[in-house]
Design a protein. Structure first.
Lengths: 121, 851, 329
């Protein structure tokens, strides 16, 4: 494998995309599930008195939040370890953790509506 | 490949004295064309200047349209413009501002400044930028000209069907938009690819990612946003044009289509679009503020976070343009929440700028004035943005003058003010003389006051009940004086712009090589002494503000003491460095001036514009010209290892040619594949969306779907095609040296792969046709055939690329070492096969599983 | 000089607004939906103004205050506090508050609302009153009468392109989309006449597609409804009678007047057009003169609208037509 390819494989830069991808997947999932459930009028089916859409969204959020916390945690750990490495490595780890935190906030805010609003209005 | 770590700063890479003819040879390689041969220029400085000037002309033109509209609206029941003319004007004002001014101008500034700022000699694909510019110029001028023939689009800049479909817009007006703007979007994507590869791979050694100028971070995020957002509107454009021309009912409700499909696709692009426009401006402000305050930017890392965060979250907001469409409240709220989340990164930037100003001492020169104006105006726009992110409030404000106020506060405030700041700030980079401080203050005062007088009242006008896009209004509704005041303000803005133009006419003297110099005492590299070759030698960077922290840098660079102080191969060159650490990796040989980009652009423009007026044969001729020109230009690229590895100084020797995942052309191709993937993804979304809203036109449980033999056969053909290409790739490796048999195997594999790809498409089309499906029958038929149509576009491109690769092989220009052409073809091939397979799975598997 | 210029530029328009005496419609609600929205609007405007003033002061301070005094602004901690912590707190609060209001608006349901169907056409409004089964009991155009204090359910759809139903005094807007029926529930709190206008660009005459919602006390509404359900009264003098004859000969293809042979459905129902506030969807006041002018020259008043100008009528014929139509109250 060429030197550049080796560098990119071990470089932390690809991990910058993990947080964004988790956020995008979560967003797509909750929106698609809600839209489909309302379009096909299956939103009322539930479990333990809580609607299926609510359950799905909460589950998706818990999964996304867990994945994001792992991502952030690993990036913080690696960022601390990289203090002795050249500067860009630590910077990239910091950015990974920071982006992860921002999208974690977004994920939480995007979930709040399900606690307050009726699903299909 | 031998890349070693750079030497210590105490011994500079290239010793003095430099050879006597080194500078002369460098200048000779970079000699610019003159006179009418300027049409052949490819140097980013020239293309950048052409681009910015053209974009600004469109700004003036669209601004004049706005003045005419404001005259019409100054008094109620006015007869200055009739409804037809007004509707064309407001559509063109929005379309020209968004597509022909806003995105091009911020992209153009990047084209102009980035190479210098990064310590590169040019962008990695100069002919591509030249092509993008000429296509934009020719297309933009013809498009704007449609106004003079009364044929301009008149459905609003977002062109919602059914109004813009064939039934309610039978004339060519909407086609001008769809075809005209459609191919200008290609310009934007070409620019984005260039900027991504340029920023990631052509930086000065030592300019690691944490030392990247903040403007370059902004442009990197900007370019990625274009890659992910533009394909959605390109697809929407294709769908609407197919509906108009061939009656494929994507948006016609009676046949299973949905008007909201357009809105989803358009706004998935449209929302990121406004941040695409804003982020480069924010990047410019992040450079201007530290210079004006003479202190480094505070919280650099947080601003990088803010740029990336804004870019990312902006993709989750699009339905906030559709709050009034009846979508369920819970769904709307996801977007309301995300819309609030996106303000946090903007807030970070704001306070970082305030902190920076507080740290230094702001010289209140004209650039600083425009920046302060930007802060005030954009802040108001951002606050009204939070207001309209609140769903119930938006239900009152949507589609009224409140939104017109908001959008101008964020766009004019967020981009035009920084643009004027940038003009005053970077003129010394381009011109022998600075612009005038006195005229600059007048321009600022008139524009700032004029802007607020014009647009602030519109918040109230909207709350008073005046909808958008009305060519007149009744007296006595309380809108009269508000509109008159807005009109006065508009003319004040015009006066301010006129003062600016006077300033430019009197003081701007284009001369990059003898520019006014670093009058602002800025810290970034574009202020180094510059020639047509950009910098005399490529510096080693150890700081974010090299001109502040590395004393004597300018003199040393100019004396040729750093890397690559001349031209190693006698041609134009720049240094390719690694993405994270900016370690030198190889030398990129760049093309000089040529005619092919210009004629390719003319051919492309002819193709799209002649199709608009239904002159099909001339359009096809234009298309053929474009393709021939592009192949001609490509023929001169991919030179192979035509020169021994080069000593760039500091004990570093680099090759002059590289293939595989490290090469810049591989990276460009991968970026293009991301674009293609988003295009395909938008179509998959369209399929699933139409299934969600119109299940009645979907085949129920497998009825009407072609028999499994068709997709299985098509899939097999696709897989074989990929296998043939993979085999060719292996065979190519064996051709290094003498391997004649290897060459033959490569050619045979290519020749086999081509018909396999075509046959796969043919089988799918045949299967659908046999099953009785027709694209005009329903939205289901339309989207199924669209999947094949999209595949067909890739097949056509691959036929050309495959044929071209074969030609290179036959001419002895392709072997195991010299294989960039093959690699690009291979990447696109595998992508197209994967796309085809996913499409087959969707079309044949989905209805059987979920029907 | 500069700070004064900046302040003037921003405040001048504000002073202008102060000069305007009436509150804009959105902030002067007469319906329950609009009421809740107006409350949010005041919170947003108040909060926005406070934040703007604070941030502007901070920026001014950063630029103009003596160097020593600005030390606290220089640290990244300030950026984090002002740019991250404060917005998270403020926006979280705003999000929860506005979601709660959205929830209330979404949940408001009444057992037996008055049901009206409004169809957007280019460029007028077809209005049909429905019974409990959804059958049409009455068709009219460009005017919606409702009883005060009673929930009304408007079923919105379109006959052609996108339109949007917006009456700011009573409620936020809702789009009319082909292939869908969007339901808008609203209640008027006070009697009055409320103007609305199409709020989604729908082509040439989008600007002249207005309507009125007239809210009256229960008994008055019942009287109005009963009168509207009656067919047109027969004309009692020769002039309107000639007008009716002309109408049936020339206008029946497109228009309906119940009680006559005219049953066209392409254009608005004119059975009680004389009682309406305006003509041509809010374009003209309603009187004999404007009737005549509209018939003879609608293409000059509202160019490209779907009704041709009937300029071949003599003045006498126009008067007859206008007199008869005026009498249809």
């Amino acid at each position: 494998m060429s030197a550049a390819a080796t560098e990119s494989a071990s470089s932390p830069a690809w991990r910058l995309w993990v947080g964004p991808l988790i956020w995008a997947a979560h967003f797509l999932a909750i929106y698609a599930f809600t839209a489909l459930s309302c379009a096909r009028n299956v939103a009322t089916v539930g479990w333990l008195g809580v609607g299926s859409v609510t359950l799905f969204i909460v589950a998706a959020t818990l999964a996304a939040a867990a994945a994001l916390l792992v991502t952030i945690g690993l990036a913080i750990r690696d960022g601390i370890r990289a203090r002795t490495s050249p500067a860009p490595t630590a910077f990239v780890h910091w950015l990974t953790a920071a982006i992860g935190s921002l999208v974690l906030l977004a994920v939480v805010w995007e979930t709040l509506p399900v606690l307050v609003l009726p699903v299909c209005g | 490949m031998t890349a070693t770590s750079p030497p210590s700063p105490t011994s500079l890479p290239s010793p003095l004295p430099r050879p006597a003819d080194e500078l002369a040879r460098l200048e000779a390689a970079w000699t610019p064309p003159t006179g009418w041969k300027l049409l052949t220029a490819v140097n980013n400085t020239y293309i950048g200047i052409f681009y910015i000037a053209t974009a600004f002309v469109f700004f003036i033109a669209a601004g004049i349209l706005a003045l005419l509209m404001r005259i019409q609206l100054a008094v109620p029941e006015n007869t200055f413009l009739d409804q037809g003319t007004y509707n064309q004007m407001f559509t063109m004002h929005g379309t020209v501002m968004m597509f022909l001014f806003a995105v091009p101008v911020v992209e153009a500034i990047g084209v102009l400044l980035l190479p210098n700022m990064l310590g590169a000699r040019d962008l990695p694909f100069p002919r591509l930028s030249a092509y993008a510019f000429w296509a934009y110029l020719i297309g933009g001028v013809v498009f704007f000209g449609s106004l003079f023939f009364g044929n301009a689009p008149d459905g609003g800049w977002f062109m919602n069907p059914p109004l813009t479909s064939y039934r309610y817009s039978p004339g060519a007006n909407a086609d001008w938009w769809l075809l005209g703007i459609g191919f200008i979007e290609i310009s934007a994507i070409a620019g984005a690819i260039e900027i991504i590869v340029g920023i990631l791979r052509t930086r000065a050694p030592g300019m690691s990612l944490d030392k990247l100028p903040i403007y370059a971070w902004a442009m990197l995020v900007f370019a990625f946003m274009i890659v992910f957002a533009f394909p959605a509107v390109i697809l929407a454009t294709m769908l609407l044009e197919l509906e108009r021309a061939f009656h494929w009912p994507f948006f016609i409700a009676e046949l299973g289509g949905d008007a909201l499909l357009w809105q989803h696709l358009f706004w998935f692009f449209g929302h990121p679009e406004v941040y695409i426009i804003f982020l480069p401006a924010a990047g410019m402000v992040s450079l201007i503020v530290p210079t004006m305050a003479q202190t480094p930017l505070v919280a650099y890392r947080l601003i990088v976070l803010a740029l990336a965060g804004t870019g990312l979250l902006s993709f989750g907001l699009w339905v906030h343009h559709m709050f009034a469409t009846g979508i369920p409240p819970l769904s709307l709220s996801f977007f309301a929440a995300a819309s609030m989340a996106v303000t946090i990164p903007s807030g970070i930037q704001f306070f970082a700028w305030i902190a920076t100003m507080a740290t230094g001492r702001v010289q209140l020169k004209t650039p600083a004035l425009f920046v302060l104006g930007f802060l005030a105006v954009f802040l108001i726009g951002g606050l009204t943005g939070v207001m309209v992110a609140v769903v119930p409030f938006d239900w009152q404000a949507h589609d009224t003058y409140f939104i017109v106020a908001h959008l101008h506060y964020v766009l004019f405030g967020g981009m035009v003010f920084p643009l004027f700041a940038a003009f005053y700030y970077w003129t010394p980079f381009l011109s022998r003389q600075q612009l005038s401080e006195r005229l600059g203050r007048w321009a600022f005062g008139l524009i700032f006051v004029g802007f607020n007088v014009a647009f602030f009242p519109m918040h109230i006008t909207g709350l008073a009940g005046m909808p958008r896009r009305v060519y007149t209004y009744s007296a006595g509704l309380g809108w009269d004086s508000l509109n008159l005041v807005s009109t006065v303000g508009a003319f004040l803005i015009a006066a301010g712009v006129a003062v600016f133009l006077v300033d430019v006419a009197r003081n701007f003297r284009l001369d990059v090589t003898n520019n006014a110099g670093n009058v602002w005492r800025a810290g970034t590299l574009e202020w180094l002494p510059t020639g047509n070759y950009s910098v005399r030698s490529i510096p080693l960077i150890t700081s974010r503000e090299p001109l502040w922290d590395q004393p004597g840098l300018a003199a040393d660079v100019e004396a040729g003491r750093y890397y690559l102080p001349g031209t190693a191969t006698g041609r134009r060159e720049t240094l390719l460095t690694s993405a994270l650490d900016a370690k030198p990796q190889y030398l990129l040989q760049l093309p000089g001036p040529g005619w092919t980009p210009f004629f390719a652009a003319a051919g492309t423009a002819a193709f799209f514009l002649l199709l608009t007026v239904k002159l099909v044969v001339p359009a096809l001729i234009g298309g053929v010209v474009a393709i021939v020109m592009m192949l001609w230009w490509m023929w001169g690229s991919d030179p192979g290892p035509n020169h021994a590895p080069v000593d760039i100084g500091g004990g570093i020797t680099v090759p002059v040619y590289v293939t595989g995942p490290a090469s810049h052309s591989w990276w460009a191709m991968v970026t293009l594949l991301l674009v293609s993937g988003m295009l395909f993804g938008s179509l998959v979304f369209s399929y699933l969306y139409l299934w969600t809203v119109s299940p009645r036109v979907w085949p129920a449980g497998g009825a009407g779907i072609p028999a499994p033999v068709y997709p299985l056969l098509a899939a097999a053909l696709l897989a074989l095609s990929s296998a043939a290409i993979a085999y060719a790739s292996r065979a190519l490796r064996t051709t290094v040296g003498t391997g004649h048999r290897g060459h033959t195997m490569v050619r045979i594999s290519l020749l086999a792969a081509l018909p396999l790809l075509v046959a796969a498409l043919g089988v799918e089309l045949y299967g659908q046709w046999q099953a009785g499906l027709r694209p005009t029958a329903s939205s289901y038929g339309a989207v199924v055939y669209m999947l094949s149509a999209l595949q067909g576009q890739f097949v056509l491109v691959l036929l050309i690329m495959g044929g071209y690769t074969l030609a290179r092989s036959w001419c002895g220009l392709l072997d195991g070492q010299r294989r960039a052409t093959f690699d690009n073809t291979m990447l696109l091939w595998h992508y197209a096969v994967a796309q085809g397979l996913v499409a087959l799975l969707l079309v044949h598997g989905f209805p059987r599983t979920f029907g | 000089m500069k700070p004064h210029l900046l302040l003037a530029g921003v405040l001048a328009p504000l002073l202008l607004i102060g000069a305007c005496s009436d509150l804009p419609l959105v902030l002067d609600p007469h319906g329950s939906n609009a009421q809740q929205t107006a409350r949010i609007a005041w919170v947003l405007f108040g909060g926005g103004t406070i934040i703007f003033v604070l941030v502007a002061m901070l920026a001014a301070f950063a630029v103009f205050a003596p160097v020593a005094g600005r030390a606290w602004l220089r640290h990244p901690r300030f950026v984090v506090g002002a740019g991250i912590v404060f917005p998270i707190v403020a926006l979280s609060a705003l999000l929860v508050y506005t979601l709660a209001v959205s929830g209330e608006l979404a949940r408001s349901r009444v057992a037996a609302p008055l049901r009206i169907a409004v169809t957007g056409e280019m460029w007028w409004w077809r209005v049909r009153y429905l019974d409990a089964r959804g059958e049409t009991v009455l068709e009219t155009a460009n005017e919606v009468h409702i009883p005060v204090g009673q929930a009304v359910e408007l079923s919105l759809d379109t006959a052609d392109v996108l339109h949007s139903f917006w009456v700011p005094s009573l409620s936020g807007k809702l789009d009319m989309i082909p292939g869908r029926v969007n339901v808008l529930r609203l209640t008027a709190d006070t009697p009055g006449t409320y103007r609305g206008q199409c709020a989604e660009f729908c082509g040439a005459q989008h600007a002249k597609m207005a309507f009125h919602v007239v809210a009256s006390a229960g008994p008055d509404f019942d009287l109005w409804l009963a009168a509207q359900r009656m067919p047109a009264a027969a004309p009692r003098t020769p002039d309107p009678e000639q007008g009716m004859t002309l109408f049936i000969a020339h206008c029946a293809t497109c228009h309906t007047v119940r009680g006559t042979p005219a049953v066209g459905r392409l254009g608005p129902d004119l059975t009680h057009v004389g009682s309406r506030l305006t003509l041509a969807a809010g374009t003209l006041p309603n009187n004999a003169g404007t009737f005549a002018g509209w018939i003879a020259g609608s293409q000059h008043i509202k160019p490209e609208n779907r009704m041709p100008s009937f300029d071949h009528f003599s003045g006498e014929q126009l008067v007859a037509l206008a007199t008869w139509l005026e009498s249809l109250r």
